[in-house]
Design a protein around this ligand. Structure first.
Ligand SMILES: Nc1ncnc2c1ncn2[C@@H]1O[C@H](COP(=O)(O)OP(=O)(O)OP(=O)(O)O)[C@@H](O)[C@H]1O
Ligand SMILES: [Mg+2]
Length: 670
């Protein structure tokens, strides 16, 4: 593929900092991959001196593959392509003791964090979910703003901030004791470390000679600073982004970082790309018109030389069930007429709950599909159990992991026993596991309970030692045999089939462990604690992702569709209250919702279909929503509402599509 002159310029400009600011589908990501190859081939950079940061693991994988297919597998070895969080994790790992942690640290996911903060704040909030979530948000925001507990407490002496600040301090102390980090720490800690420690900073600036960042509009303050510290004075970097696609303000993303960049680097080279290679003229025109309703800091134009394309359509359904039926019938009709595959179709929505009705209907019609962000592999109980065991095996200070597995399978360690142990651990200021190994155990618990506890700790210590010695997967398989975990699954599953699937998932997890331990052409071998950290991070990141090569219809939220493209897109639930979301309407945050709609529309290459329902269930009541204001902002000449096709559309279409579906099924052999 030949790059256009502006893309070529962006690829070849290496003498200083470079910002590529351009609309959707203009080849920004393409510039990054080509530039990596250019740096290696033409500028004598070693792959190991280049780091590229993307927003999702999936994007990172794709980029790695693309580069290695250009450069060859061997030549691209050592290249660092990752998400911000994985990059942060790698920095942390190198300096973990400087940061005051021990090597086998655990990563806490949001559930762990919730459990811990809920516990800590019990006296104040009495388990009130909203209060705890507000606290979690405060802490997360402070971390994104790089504010440490003592700074927070200095700044706020009274009010809710001071109260949250107090818990922030407590939380940080406990996380240290658990030898655990949370998601935000993965960015905050390396940033603070690089800012404070000149020697470490200079080391990293030597290691990373060129840095590239995709989706730059979604960086938050700590990520912005991390980039600054990594590139240093030399400022060898290229970042690409689109302010119209900034959709993570709720996570602290600051589109103003694009502007800030200009101030921080006066020599910044700004390159704009104006040709869109993704979408039909009509889709692109609609996207441009929609986003014109937002105020703009940067002027951008986008054109396409692809065909005019079909009109965008709007399906109008009676209710939610009917919406799913209609969308699926339309999808099948399109698939049949265009002779396309399932994976050429994406169904996008604003909120996760919208997928349920669709999932049911897809199953009913036996259409293969993949939901990203639904119940992920890592969300399954058996995988969570195993991950908790793995965490405990590599870090015995991890109380949360211990609590998850202590009675899975049941081993007669009751609540009263746990309470006593907890109290003792608290008094001695030691981890729960350490308390369980204490020489006074019999005195604390009594003989029977102490024996159960000892059997458990002995197994964990022995397995943990064996793991350190090697042949880890064999050790793990023995371990779950001793646990009688399979028996536990069969005893608790609704059917043997379910238990069998669960065991298969455990097997899959172990295979991943094995692969990561061994390493491959692109990834260096890892130690067991590294494997556990990597898998936990993957879990946290991939709740919104898929890795589907399979021929399946893709269902995902608008947020997780970022950067992707599909020949045919359905954007469902185009109603006031859904898109724009009610909370954004209430908070007068329509612009971000419009950017979300823009992201959705610009995922489509050839055909874009919206849907609205005339009746929808909301908290047990039926409401009659109005179609989204965004539909009315689109140029009416390019949109075809369903009733414009057939006046009595609902009935006629229903019978047509029912026949159509039956016919299609018989042709496709069901
Ligand atoms: N010079 C080119 N010639 C032909 N096709 C191109 C060219 N540049 C990019 N493309 C194609 O255009 C599509 C969009 O490119 P890409 O995903 O890099 O855009 P983007 O700007 O990163 O989009 P987004 O803003 O959605 O992330 C891809 O299919 C890509 O292969
Ligand atoms: Mg992109």
């Amino acid at each position: 593929m030949k790059l256009n002159p502006a893309q070529q310029e962006a690829v070849e400009y290496i003498s200083g900092p470079c910002l590529v600011l351009a609309g959707a589908g203009s080849g920004k990501t393409r510039v990054i991959t080509n530039k990596i190859a250019y740096l290696v081939n033409e500028c004598a950079y070693k792959p190991s001196q280049i780091a590229a940061v993307t927003f999702t693991n999936k994007a990172a994988r794709e980029m790695k593959e693309r580069v290695s297919s250009t450069l060859g597998k061997k030549a691209s070895r050592g290249l660092k392509v990752s998400t911000f969080h994985t990059l942060g994790l790698n920095i942390i790992k190198k300096h973990i003791t400087t940061l005051g942690y021990k090597a086998g640290f655990s990563l806490f996911d949001d559930k762990d964090t919730f459990a811990l903060l809920n516990d800590l704040s019990m006296n104040d909030y009495n388990g009130d979910k909203d209060e705890v979530n507000a606290l979690i948000r405060s802490i997360s925001n402070w971390k994104n703003e790089l504010m440490m507990p003592h700074q927070v407490l200095q700044r706020y002496k009274t009010g809710i901030e001071a109260e949250h600040g107090k818990w922030y301090e407590e939380y940080t102390r406990h996380m240290m004791a658990y030898n655990a980090l949370d998601f935000d720490d993965l960015i905050m800690l390396p940033t603070v470390l690089l800012a404070d420690d000149k020697a470490i900073r200079e080391k990293w600036q030597m290691w990373i000679r060129y840095l590239l960042v995709d989706e730059y509009q979604d960086t938050n303050t700590s990520q912005y600073q991390l980039v600054r510290l990594l590139v240093g004075e030399r400022a060898r970097f290229t970042v690409v982004g689109d302010d119209d696609q900034s959709i993570y303000s709720w996570r602290g993303a600051q589109p103003k970082n694009l502007k800030l960049l200009n101030q921080d680097y006066p020599s910044l080279k700004l390159i704009k790309l104006e040709q869109n290679y993704r979408s039909s003229q009509r889709i692109l025109h609609c996207a441009n018109i929609l986003i014109e309703n937002n105020p703009h800091v940067f002027e951008k134009k986008l054109f396409s030389t692809l065909s005019q394309g079909e009109k965008l359509s709007v399906l109008v359904a009676k209710n939610e069930e009917n919406e799913a039926d209609k969308v699926i019938a339309e999808l099948m009709a399109q698939k049949f007429m265009q002779d396309t595959q399932y994976k050429d179709y994406a169904i996008l929505y604003r909120s996760n709950h919208q997928s349920r009705v669709f999932e049911k209907a897809l199953m009913k019609n036996r259409i293969p599909y993949k939901i990203s962000g639904g119940m992920s592999f890592f969300g399954r109980a058996e995988v969570k159990d195993m991950m908790a065991y793995l965490r405990l095996l590599t870090n015995q200070d991890d109380d949360n992991a211990l609590l998850r597995v202590i009675n899975t399978p049941v081993r007669g360690i009751g609540r009263a026993t746990l309470a006593k142990l907890g109290e003792f651990a608290h008094l001695e200021d030691i981890a729960l596991f350490e308390a369980m190994c204490h020489e006074q155990l019999h005195a604390i618990l009594g003989a029977k309970a102490a024996t159960s506890v000892e059997a458990f700790t002995r197994l964990i210590v022995m397995t943990s030692d064996n793991l350190a010695r090697g042949d880890s997967v064999a050790v793990l398989r023995d371990f779950i045999k001793t646990l009688q975990y399979e028996e536990h699954l069969y005893a608790h599953a609704n059917s043997p089939k379910v238990a069998e699937i669960s065991m298969k998932n455990v097997s899959t997890l172990f295979t991943w462990v094995q692969d990561l331990l061994k390493g491959d052409a692109l990834n260096a071998p890892m130690s067991m604690p590294e494997v556990v950290q990597r898998l936990t991070l993957r879990d946290m990141m991939e709740r919104g992702e898929d890795d589907g090569e399979a021929d399946q219809v893709q269902l995902m939220t608008l947020h997780s569709s970022k950067g992707l493209e599909f020949p045919n897109v359905f954007l469902i639930g185009m109603e006031e209250g859904l898109l724009p979301h009610q909370s954004s309407i209430d908070e007068d945050n329509i612009e971000e919702e419009r950017r979300l709609a823009y992201v959705g529309i610009t995922r489509a290459q050839q055909k874009l279909t919206f849907s609205v329902a005339r009746e929808r269930r909301q908290m047990g009541e039926f409401i009659e929503p109005t179609p989204s204001r965004f539909l009315y902002e689109l140029p009416s000449d390019d949109i075809e509402w369903e009733w414009q096709k057939t006046p009595d559309s609902d009935e006629v279409r229903k019978s047509k599509t029912a026949k159509g579906l039956a016919g299609l099924k018989s042709i496709l052999g069901d």
